[in-house]
Write a protein of this length. Structure first.
Length: 429
């Protein structure tokens, strides 16, 4: 296998094994990209197939010898497995290969640690790293696993390993408390946006699908964007004016990936909540990727895990400039509603079509109309003002109140229900 090598980095041997009982086997190409994103210099990729993982070394003795020979010949500093290894398997492999061994979860955690920029992002990554590390502490303290007995050897009552575990638990608790505070602040911000009737649109998608580039193109922001996995970790929010809808908040979030470690999903729960509570999801897809359908499925699995699978979703097929017959367009369902938009975020092609599709989808959720209320409907008028849904008021010749409304339809219907009215009973101006 040939791949572009970075100018510097730790020399790494990569291991990718297909298992006969797994239907979702994929090639090692994405794992090579992950390794390079982490700063590794991959010199070889070891592939193979097995019925099931070996309990001691994960791979068989023949494959283990092949890896050992490559490590010796290439003077590799680390061996990366495209799989989840148990702590004992990592220990056994390190003892046999005489170098560091890292599994897929550890590699992704390392990339996240490099890319986190905000205080919240760093806390989330550290939490996931500590939780991952807590099961692997024994590797560094095998000479202190047991307390020795005998005269002069009794005490001190706590081994170094137990001390480290206790310190880790305390640090994890401290980080969780700080993240709870950050989460509370995010909830307050979301509630404030909800009260001001500002719809939220969240960008989701497989990592490196072009979310940040699309975000920059749509909002004029300057979010870091690069052709690499997990270029963006920290959520960024910007206001965007959409014709027929008004002001919306666009949120750029962390990208997803195949077999995303559960610890990371849990650690980034507060960040991902931006997606779980959005009014609309823009599922950005790399249209030119040969694994496009599999990537869509993987993203939908994560959305279901965070409780965002019921939110209205518009698929944005990006990178049409990399397709031989790509053209900007809107695909619609049988009812005429937009379901897919084809764009090129890098070239800026199709952005106006994307905004048109967003306006169509959000217009059904927002009431933007002018109504006439007689003086007898003072309670309804007061409730509309209290909700913040009145953008302007004037009076007609007969003294009736003419209100310009802009508020979520669900709030409008709730107010009407409280006064015992329906939309049909309201007089339009």
């Amino acid at each position: 296998m040939f791949f572009e090598r970075p100018e510097s980095g730790e020399i790494a041997v990569l291991v990718h094994i297909d298992f006969h009982d797994q239907a979702d086997n994929h090639g090692p190409e994405e794992f090579v990209e992950l390794a390079i994103s982490a700063g590794a210099d991959p010199v070889a990729v070891v592939t193979g197939s097995r019925q099931k993982p070996d309990s001691k070394f994960f791979v068989g003795t023949g494959k283990l010898q092949e890896i050992k020979d490559l490590v010796h010949r290439e003077e590799a500093q680390v061996v990366l497995f495209d799989h989840a290894l148990s702590p004992s398997q990592e220990r056994n492999l390190e003892a046999e290969l005489k170098c560091r061994v890292l599994d897929r979860t550890g590699l992704i955690l390392d990339i996240f640690a490099q890319r986190a920029r905000t205080h919240e992002g760093k806390l989330q990554v550290e939490l996931a790293q500590l939780q991952h590390m807590s099961t692997r502490l024994i590797r560094g303290w095998t000479h202190l696993e047991r307390q020795k007995g005998g005269i002069g050897m009794r005490g001190p009552g706590e081994t170094q390993l137990e001390t480290d575990r206790r310190l880790l638990r305390e640090r994890i608790k401290a980080i969780q408390k700080r993240l709870e505070k950050v989460n509370s602040q995010r909830d307050q911000s979301r509630r404030a946006r909800s009260r001001s009737d500002v719809p939220t649109i969240s960008l989701v998608g497989y990592t490196n699908a072009g979310k940040s580039t699309l975000f920059n193109q749509a909002t004029g922001a300057d979010v870091y964007a690069a052709d690499q996995l997990f270029a963006t970790l920290d959520p960024t929010l910007r206001r965007l004016d959409i014709e027929q809808v008004g002001t919306v908040v666009l949120a750029d979030t962390v990208g997803f990936i195949r077999k995303l470690p559960h610890r990371l999903v849990k650690a980034f729960q507060a960040t991902l909540k931006e997606s779980a509570e959005a009014n609309l999801l823009l599922h950005v897809v790399d249209a030119a990727d040969v694994n496009r359908d599999e990537n869509i499925s993987d993203v939908e699995e994560v959305l279901e895990e965070i409780g965002a699978n019921e939110i209205p979703t518009l698929r944005v097929f990006n990178k049409i400039d990399a397709m031989p017959t790509g053209e900007a367009r809107i695909d619609r369902d049988e009812q005429g509603n937009p379901v897919r938009v084809w764009v090129s975020a890098r070239e800026g092609t199709g952005i106006e079509l994307l905004e048109q599709a967003i306006a169509e989808l959000l217009s059904d959720e927002i009431v933007k109309e002018t109504i006439v209320l007689p003086a007898t409907q003072g309670r309804l008028r007061a409730m509309l003002f209290e909700q913040g849904g009145v953008k302007g008021e004037s009076y007609d010749e007969s003294g009736q109140s003419v209100l310009e409304l802009c508020l979520p339809r669900k709030d409008y219907l709730q107010i009407l229900a409280r006064v015992g009215m329906s939309e049909e009973q309201i007089q339009a101006a």
